[in-house]
Design a binder for this molecule. Structure first.
Ligand SMILES: CC(C)(COP(=O)(O)OP(=O)(O)OC[C@H]1O[C@@H](n2cnc3c(N)ncnc32)[C@H](O)[C@@H]1OP(=O)(O)O)[C@@H](O)C(=O)NCCC(=O)NCCS
Length: 169
């Protein structure tokens, strides 16, 4: 079964702002990685659900490198949008920017890709609309998504083998 709808990246775009409070921090007074990852997952999930208008489950998160610590009192801006849709899965590009409210300065702290699968209430995978890239940058990300997906599926095959060995004892 195929989903015949088409959507653009702008249709799924999700932007969240969070003011970093002391409760979000580690013992050094900077934003805790796990809290940031929770916000990132939420932002990516909104983009995925906007694209497919169904439930969507996180399947993979690519490498996350935290380039710069984020201080209590700074604002975190999270931006996500679908970069490519496959049959039931979607790749979502994510960018994390920190804003220092005292100076207005913004810096890129992390960027990565998520993959989500659209599912029904029973959790079985469902077809998603096609993503139509509109700009040259979007077309480049769309083309590159194929290679990233192949690498994730290789990882998935390795993990499946590991799970088999674990079952075998
Ligand atoms: C998401 C899930 C339902 C998919 O089930 P499944 O049995 O793998 O289903 P399928 O084999 O039909 O795969 C569904 C899609 O996921 C893709 N997929 C599966 N593993 C993947 C991986 N590691 N990386 C990227 N895509 C992957 C498949 O390629 C397929 O996409 P396509 O239809 O666009 O080609 C299942 O893997 C799952 O429940 N995972 C746990 C998710 C979870 O708990 N997330 C946290 C809560 S939101």
């Amino acid at each position: 079964m195929k989903n015949s709808k088409k959507k653009t990246a702008a249709d799924s775009r999700s932007v969240m702002h969070r003011l970093v409070m002391p409760k979000d921090s580690n013992t050094l007074g900077t934003l805790m990685g796990g809290v940031l990852m929770h916000w990132m997952d939420m932002c990516a999930a909104i983009a995925a659900r906007r694209h497919c208008n169904r439930y969507a489950m996180t399947v993979t998160v690519d490498r996350i490198q935290l380039a710069s610590a984020i201080q209590v009192g700074e604002v975190v801006i999270l931006e996500a949008e679908v970069t490519r849709a496959f049959r039931t899965s979607m790749e979502i590009g994510m960018r994390v920017v920190a804003e220092d409210l005292s100076t207005g300065e913004k810096r890129l702290c992390a960027s990565t890709f998520y993959s989500f699968v659209a599912v029904d209430k029973e959790g079985s995978a469902q077809p998603v609309p096609e993503l139509v890239p509109e700009t040259e940058e979007q077309r480049q990300r769309y083309r590159d998504a194929e290679k990233r997906r192949a690498s994730r599926l290789e990882d998935a095959a390795r993990i499946r083998e590991e799970a088999e060995r674990f079952r075998g004892g």
